[in-house]
Design a protein around this ligand. Structure first.
Ligand code: 1CP
Length: 339
């Protein structure tokens, strides 16, 4: 069992810097595309045997030091009663947006073992196969709320901010309900065998620090506190969150995920006695190999002072990235960080 990743999360010494790649399973891998030829994305997410297969693909192909459960942050929103569709090209769509108390009251706080049994079964099956730790995950409440309020992906987040500023009570009620659901969901993942848990806050970077502290952070803190007794490393990734870092450190997470917009050495100074995860620009994988190697070397060096460093991209790998560049990145991190 390769436990380098778990050790780094706890700030223990490791023989080399562990690496996994955000969104490491998915469309950039030809083997994933083959699986997707026969099923829709949601069918895939609800078929444990196929989830196991696509979770394992990058582990086998790239040699990463951790696996991440194949699923999606929006699966829990569907389990709460929001009707979810994935359109090829357009991404996720919620036809019934949550913009008033009546719509919010229709959402439930589901029993995770029942409503998302396929996620828990995938975790149990994966634990029998994997030689690396398994990361479970959920979306952070703010990010999940944006999808429910906007009805899908957004660039401007008009409806979300409108609700925050004009109907703060409604917004907080929605956040509280997502938070309760997320706690049960991640506790169930830990019971099923997830060895670390990550909260993805992909869109929280649209908030300034004061709004982050008022509208988003308390819910992340509540989730982390409820997961603490499960004794698995907790990771909080606030994308575009460099200006929120001082606050993110108070989230209760053991590991702080970093996007690429902040130099890692600077982030480490703010994060202090916690591990960091990140933060290569995903597009750096397009660099010629010698330049990529140079950049990885610099990043590793700049992270030497960290209380644990897990190498990763600063956000998800892009769907057109050549898989051999990802493999080169993994091998190079292992080689250059060997101590
Ligand atoms: O067509 C397809 O095959 C679907 C593409 C796809 C995949 C492979 C989606 C749709 N989701 C996923 C899997 C997924 N999503 C994983 C597991 C794979 C892995 O990491 O190895 C994970 C962890 C996620 C998490 C996720 N989903 C996030 C947070 C991470 C991030 O990138 O910021 C978000 C925001 C989503 C929403 C989502 N799922 C899929 C799409 C197209 C979107 C919308 C993205 C957007 O709004 O821009």
């Amino acid at each position: 069992m390769n436990d380098t990743f778990l050790k780094a999360c706890r700030g223990e010494k490791t023989a080399y810097t562990p690496i996994w790649i955000m969104r490491q399973a998915g469309r950039y891998l030809p083997d994933y595309q083959k699986v997707r030829e026969n099923v829709t994305f949601l069918e895939l997410c609800k078929t444990p045997e196929l989830c196991v297969e696509v979770t394992m693909q990058p582990v086998d192909l790239l040699g990463v030091d951790a696996a991440i459960l194949f699923s999606d942050i929006l699966i829990l929103m569907e389990a709460m009663g929001a009707t979810l569709q994935f359109h090829e090209g357009r991404g996720p769509i919620f036809h019934h947006t949550i913009r008033d108390q009546v719509a919010l009251d229709r959402l439930i706080v589901p029993d995770a073992d029942e409503a998302t049994w396929f996620v828990m079964e995938t975790i149990r099956l994966l634990r029998k196969e994997l030689q690396v730790p398994l990361i479970g995950f959920a979306g952070a409440p703010f990010t999940c709320a944006t999808y429910l309020i906007e009805g899908g992906s957004s660039k401007v987040f008009w409806e979300t901010k409108k609700m925050m500023y004009r109907e703060p009570e409604l917004f907080h009620n929605l956040m509280a309900k997502i938070t309760d659901s997320t706690i049960f969901y991640l506790q169930a993942q830990a019971r099923a065998g997830a060895q670390a848990l990550q909260l993805f806050d992909s869109w929280v970077g649209i908030l300034g620090p004061d709004d982050f502290a008022e509208f988003a952070l308390p819910y992340v803190q509540r989730i982390m506190a409820a997961l603490k007794p499960y004794d698995v490393p907790l990771i909080y990734f606030a994308n575009n969150g460099a200006t929120l870092l001082d606050l993110s450190v108070t989230s209760g997470a053991d590991v702080i995920g970093l996007d690429w917009r902040i130099p890692i050495g600077e982030a480490i100074k703010k994060v202090g006695g916690k591990a960091v995860q990140g933060n290569l620009d995903p597009f750096a994988l397009l660099l010629p190999k010698d330049r990529l190697r140079e950049r990885i070397g610099r990043l590793l060096k700049d992270a030497e002072g960290a209380h644990g460093h897990i190498f990763n991209l600063g956000h998800g790998i892009h769907q057109f990235t050549p898989p051999e560049q990802a493999k080169f990145c993994v091998d190079t991190v292992h080689e250059l960080s060997s101590r």
